[in-house]
Design a protein around this ligand. Structure first.
Ligand code: 4AD
Ligand code: MG
Length: 467
């Protein structure tokens, strides 16, 4: 929060520390701040200006916290261009505030307007003291980071990103930078964005693809993580995924971030479930301890004391069929769960996260592990459904048995394109599994944000690519 103005003070502390050699810098800083005014340099954007006869009061935000810093200056420091929205560089002393509203304030000695905000008030989309809905500010992707709500969201997103990385690092996972461009369609759902140089029309008819083969923006890092799981027992990635979903729904984006992990030497879906649960809980705990004020702005009743529930897909269908709820799509064994079904199941299970396990064989991609059961043929795949969102994670055990995998790929006509994938099973294959968590849906869930487009800095969805 504080800039180069601190250096002088730190220098002084180090000199003193040399003499005393007894205290750490932090203790000395605390001691000194009691004895001396704390000289700082503060840079940020003016959120409000209140001018009185003798004094000038500013609220200045540097993006580090929800509350701006109160700056008090003598009226003669008021200068041209010092208005709402301008960028300022202020030096002064940090002092205990006489007001109950903040603990400290900055007594300004010098104020420099670095960048004027030369707007005609009517042109600026946000009112100085107004509260705007997330839907309204979404129309201004180049300006919405300046609002309280969206800057809080961005700080939370940044903290959640750090929390995810910390979790995996602390638990011995190796991070893999998986490619954005790939020649595989991991999920086989047919919602791929194809990649070719701009201006190459009718690419489907051409044999001269840029990469010699058709290539796409990745829909999932899973297959690349599975490659790495041949050498590392626990790997993860955290990067963008792209899906050409022609959907305006409040939980689909064309570009979103996915946290994906793959663990080896496991033959139980329970290990994958535990990992999903741990990632969710540790990230949420981190948010509550590191940016509670920002989280509070969104959600007044966040809880991480979730007991995660678990039901099989077959049980889920039974529950849906027994309910009196009139569904638009009637639930049927063998058909995908719709959003309305997912929401009902979450409520039915006590409004807590619910794992739905063991889906029909024909519903899941080629890589899912065959349960070889009968008469209802299922695979060891699971989804995690959460309150307010529905599906947050998808995962499975992967088919590690060469013969079964070969037969399934052959039936799908994919054997030749996945020769390399089959080799992973030939050379030191281990039982393994993993999952993918939609990062924006996670933020939706923990913050109670209704529309996924308000959880990502720049939302991409069908018919919209602003900026
Ligand atoms: O369930 P999905 O499709 O699973 C996979 O891609 C696996 N290959 C992951 C793995 O096992 N490594 O996607 C995982 C999650 C979903 O549960 C959802 O939260 C999110 O990614 N997701 C989307 N989020 C926003 N917009 C979209 N269009 C999304 N599609 C999936
Ligand atoms: Mg899924």
């Amino acid at each position: 929060m504080f800039g180069p103005g601190c250096d002088r003070l730190q220098g002084l502390i180090w000199k003193w520390r040399k003499i005393t050699g007894l205290f750490c810098a932090k203790c000395l800083l605390k001691l000194l701040s009691l004895l001396l005014p704390y000289y700082v340099c503060f840079q940020g954007w003016v959120r409000s200006v209140r001018s009185q006869k003798n004094n000038l009061f500013l609220h200045v935000s540097d993006g580090s916290s929800l509350e701006p810093l109160q700056v008090v200056a003598s009226a003669d420091l008021n200068t041209r261009g010092l208005t709402f929205g301008c960028a300022v560089d202020i030096t002064g002393s940090l002092e205990k505030s006489p007001s109950q509203r903040q603990t400290v304030e900055l007594q300004a000695h010098h104020i420099k307007v670095v960048g004027e905000c030369s707007f005609v008030l009517q042109d600026f989309p946000f009112k100085i003291k107004g509260h705007h809905s997330l839907e309204y500010i979404r129309q201004f992707p180049h300006l919405r980071c300046r609002t309280n709500t969206f800057s809080s969201l961005l700080r939370i997103r940044s903290e959640a990103t750090a929390a995810v990385h910390s979790y995996f690092r602390d638990n011995g996972f190796v991070q893999i930078h998986t490619p954005v461009i790939t020649s595989n369609d991991c999920e086989g759902a047919g919602n791929l964005f194809q990649v070719e140089p701009a201006g190459s029309d009718d690419i489907a008819d051409k044999d001269d693809h840029f990469f010699s083969v058709p290539s796409y923006l990745t829909v999932s890092a899973q297959l690349h993580l599975e490659v790495m799981a041949g050498a590392f027992p626990a790997v993860y990635s955290f990067g963008p995924a792209f899906r050409a979903e022609n959907s305006q729904s409040r939980r689909h984006l064309a570009e979103f971030y996915m946290v994906e992990a793959e663990i080896c030497f496991t033959d139980s879906l329970k290990d994958v479930m535990k990992l999903m649960e741990d990632v969710f809980k540790s990230s949420t705990a981190h948010l509550l301890s590191n940016c509670a004020e920002d989280v509070w702005l969104f959600h007044k009743s966040i809880s991480i004391c979730f007991v995660f529930n678990s039901i099989s897909y077959t049980e889920a269908i039974d529950i849906l069929n027994r309910s009196a709820q009139p569904f638009t799509f009637s639930p049927k064994w063998g058909c995908d769960l719709q959003t309305e079904h997912e929401k009902f199941l979450v409520k039915h299970c006590g409004n807590v996260p619910v794992f739905v396990t063991d889906y029909p064989y024909d519903l899941k991609p080629f890589y899912t592990r065959d349960n070889q059961d009968h008469p209802r043929h299922t695979v060891a795949a699971l989804d995690l459904l959460v309150p307010g969102v529905g599906e947050l994670c998808g995962g499975s055990l992967r088919e590690e048995r060469l013969d079964l995998l070969k037969a399934r790929l052959a039936r799908a006509g994919l054997e030749s394109s996945y020769a390399w994938y089959l080799q992973l099973r030939q050379f030191g294959s281990v039982p393994h599994g993993g999952f993918g968590l939609g990062f924006e849906r996670y933020l939706q869930c923990v913050l109670g944000v209704d529309n996924i487009k308000d959880t990502i800095p720049f939302a991409r969805f069908s018919r919209s690519c602003l900026l």
